[in-house]
Design a protein around this ligand. Structure first.
Ligand SMILES: *[C@@H]1O[C@H](CO)[C@@H](O)[C@H](O)[C@H]1NC(C)=O
Ligand SMILES: *[C@@H]1O[C@H](CO)[C@@H](O)[C@H](O)[C@H]1NC(C)=O
Length: 314
């Protein structure tokens, strides 16, 4: 794996991502879920992906703490060795299952098919679209959920800077798109609920961004237990340090600085923007928040899934 990783990393470094033409791909429906067009066009390949029993899947709605959990898992798997975790950028260390970029960049599936086990794989697919093979092999999955409003704010800033995502439009328009599920990977509401309803039937750790923020140690210990990994307190402290927001923001192997400005325009908004809980309060007006909450109650009726953040007061 290490060797393949180095080779892949050098291919990606040699690939002149900057001179390639990137565009804001339209969204296309896959079984009713809007997804970036190149992914929808290669859907069969993705749906037929063959998982292995020791694959670990990190699943999230976009901007819910994916990169954060990837770093935690990678450090745990490497016994807290920060040097090893800096061997390559996040997207090379833990490939993105469904991503399809213009050639010569290999697709996520092509990359994952070549790496040695045990593999850690990232996906944003909603539960029902995850390739069946993961469930046939009873693979472990770590899901991270983030409260809807902070997730929306983060996705809005991301769509402003990820020049492969559709134009977010104005803030007001974006709230509408998000609540209608008219954004990449579809409805946040269906996504968080979809995994929640399955959590007891699968080998799944359902984690919350807000819990990770409140007590990183407690959550890192949960992940270790789930991965059946024992590490000394010293090592756990190191992992807490290396996965703190500021350290990750300054880590060139975690902050997506390897992506050129033609893809991620970090001068518009950095990939690691704030990492706060409750930042939505600086974005939503009281009227927007109230309308959002009313719609939220309707969409989330009948689920036992609860987020710790106060939704119903600004
Ligand atoms: C943003 O664009 C890059 C380049 O295509 C892609 O790899 C990445 O997955 C995109 N992020 C999301 C969440 O779409
Ligand atoms: C990423 O990390 C590098 C090295 O610390 C730093 O120079 C760069 O400004 C960071 N990029 C962003 C977008 O924060």
């Amino acid at each position: 794996t290490a060797q393949f990783c180095t080779v892949l990393y050098s291919i990606l470094k040699m690939t002149d991502l900057e001179s390639m033409t990137w565009r804001r791909f339209p969204l296309k429906l896959v079984e009713g879920v809007p997804i970036m067009e190149p992914i929808a066009d290669n859907w069969e390949m993705i749906a037929n992906f063959q998982a292995r029993p020791d694959d670990l899947l990190i699943a999230t709605y976009p901007k819910a703490g994916t990169t954060w959990m990837q770093e935690i898992v990678d450090l745990i798997c490497h016994d807290g060795n920060a040097g090893k975790a800096r061997r390559a950028p996040t997207h090379v260390r833990i490939p993105f299952l469904e991503i399809c970029s213009p050639p010569p960049v290999p697709s996520g599936v092509e990359v994952i098919n070549k790496i040695a086990s045990p593999r850690v794989i990232k996906t944003h697919l909603p539960f029902q679209l995850v390739p069946k093979s993961f469930w046939e092999h009873n693979c472990k999955v770590i899901y991270v959920a983030r409260n809807a409003k902070d997730n929306l704010v983060s996705y809005y800033h991301f769509d402003r800077m990820n020049l492969t995502q559709p134009e977010p439009g104005t803030w007001e328009e974006y709230i509408g798109k998000f609540t209608q599920g008219n954004v990449g990977w579809g409805s946040w509401y269906d996504h968080v609920r979809g995994y929640w309803e399955e959590r007891d039937k699968r080998r799944m750790l359902y984690a919350f961004y807000e819990d990770m923020k409140e007590d990183p140690k407690r959550e890192i210990l949960k992940v270790m237990k789930f991965l059946e990994k024992e590490l000394s307190d010293d090592v756990v402290d190191k992992i807490i340090h290396h996965t703190s927001f500021q350290v990750m923001k300054d880590n060139p192997m975690a902050n997506y600085s390897s992506f050129p400005e033609t893809i991620f325009k970090q001068s518009i908004s950095s990939f690691m923007r704030k990492g706060d809980v409750g930042d939505w309060k600086t974005h939503f007006t009281v009227a927007q928040s109230e309308a959002f909450d009313e719609d939220y109650r309707r969409k989330m009726a009948g689920t036992s899934l609860r987020f710790r953040i106060l939704f119903f007061a600004v």
